[in-house]
Write a protein that binds this ligand. Sequence first.
Ligand code: NAP
Length: 260
Amino acid sequence: MGMTDLFSVEGKTVLVTGGSRGIGLMIARGFVRAGADVIISSRKADVCEAVAEELSAEGRCAAIPADLGHDAGAEGLAAAVGERVDRLDVLVNNAGATWGAPLESYPESAFDKLWAVNVKAVFRLTTALLPALRAAATDDDPARVINIGSIDGIRVPSMEVYAYSATKAAVHMLTRGLAHQLAGERITVNAIAPGPFESRMMAFALEDPAARSAIEQQVPLGRIGRPEDMAGTAIYLSSRAGAYLTGAVIPVDGGITTRG
Ligand SMILES: NC(=O)c1ccc[n+]([C@@H]2O[C@H](COP(=O)([O-])OP(=O)(O)OC[C@H]3O[C@@H](n4cnc5c(N)ncnc54)[C@H](OP(=O)(O)O)[C@@H]3O)[C@@H](O)[C@H]2O)c1
């Protein structure tokens, strides 16, 4: 097998939740450029469809809008995916939300909202898509689930994001539990734990030059993550090269978590 084949995802069917912007868009664009058949999903239908159309100029991409913050959202998305494809090679559970507030005014509602979209939706969508993942899974080329966690679920973040960091630690543990359970069915489940990447979620920090520079100085590799850093890891996990890895939580953080 040549090096190109080792990292190929050409022709694979890929669903990226939250694929309309930020990290999800970085991953979706990487897969489109690598020749995969990509479906992106997010709440705002007009944005989701416009982004899919834009990505279609470089390859194959379709939009299926869905709200994963409600119980019916994951089932509805899985059913719509099932109508469009007969197998799903890669599921990227990326959609997520955050909430920051001082300890004593931190709203209890943030725990409910973030638990629903960051954790429960990952579980529901993965289980609802099992028939499509099973249809893709083989001994040599397992189906892949990639959950987007966070370094905030590994070490205590400097910002007060209590519910967010708790849900991201939950995503990492859910990843390991699902990986153990699904390995026998030739479905791998891994998590990517990003450090700082350009996105709406991080805009409040990265758009202010002083705050951005302070964040960059905390990164041992000295910079904010780039689209290729994120797309490259997701493509590796989905290719032949990543076929023997399951239950891993991979920090893509420029070395931030080397400080624990
Ligand atoms: N950026 C970072 O530095 C960073 C670091 C660590 C981890 N992460 C993780 O990376 C993932 C993506 O974050 P991001 O920074 O790219 O954030 P973002 O720019 O806010 O993008 C979030 C994406 O998720 C979608 N989304 C949000 N709520 C949703 C819901 N209820 N149902 C369906 N889709 C929903 C959004 O579209 P709609 O609003 O249209 O629904 C959007 O496409 C998250 O899981 C986040 O925790 C990000």
